[in-house]
Design a protein around this ligand. Structure first.
Ligand SMILES: [Zn+2]
Ligand SMILES: [Zn+2]
Length: 153
């Protein structure tokens, strides 16, 4: 991958080389303005975890996050993080989804449903650190699943 030249910083462009907190180990590191907020050492570990989770889902089809976590040894928190980042998506047939952070509707990935994302101003997007990858699809078979709501074990 091409290296970003330091000289780009001359334009006071704060997208380049900003200090971010790694989502995995919570250490500060220099973020170069693309991808997810992982420091270089976590990035590698994260890619291994992510491919374990992804392969498990491809091999076994619909699985609950708890099952995936048990079988792959990747923590539930990490799996939820993947969902929130929009890197993983819950299959249509799943009885369990994650919730839109604003209206609490079921979504298959990300942080907001497209409806709520559309209403965000640029300033709000910045404040929430929100990008389009974090818009989640609402599962289509919503009505058939309604009965499961509130029936938590
Ligand atoms: Zn890290
Ligand atoms: Zn929403």
């Amino acid at each position: 991958m091409a290296k970003i030249k330091k000289s780009l910083n001359m334009h006071n462009d704060d997208v380049m080389g900003v200090t971010k907190v790694c989502v995995r180990c919570k250490k500060m590191f220099t973020y170069l303005g693309f991808g997810h907020y992982y420091c270089p050492s976590c990035k590698k570990l994260d890619e291994e975890d992510f491919s374990r989770v992804k392969n498990y889902i491809y091999d076994h089809g619909v699985a609950s996050a708890t099952e995936v976590s048990d079988m792959t040894g990747v923590s539930l928190k990490t799996i939820e993080q993947y969902l929130r980042e929009g890197r993983l998506e819950i299959p249509e047939e799943s009885p369990i989804f994650i919730k839109c952070e604003k209206c609490r509707i079921d979504i298959r990935s990300g942080r907001l449903c497209s409806e709520c994302a559309r209403k965000l101003s640029t300033a709000m997007r910045e404040e929430m650190d929100f990008d389009d990858e974090q818009i989640g699809d609402v599962p289509k078979k919503k009505l058939g699943k309604m009965r499961f709501l509130g029936k938590e074990k």
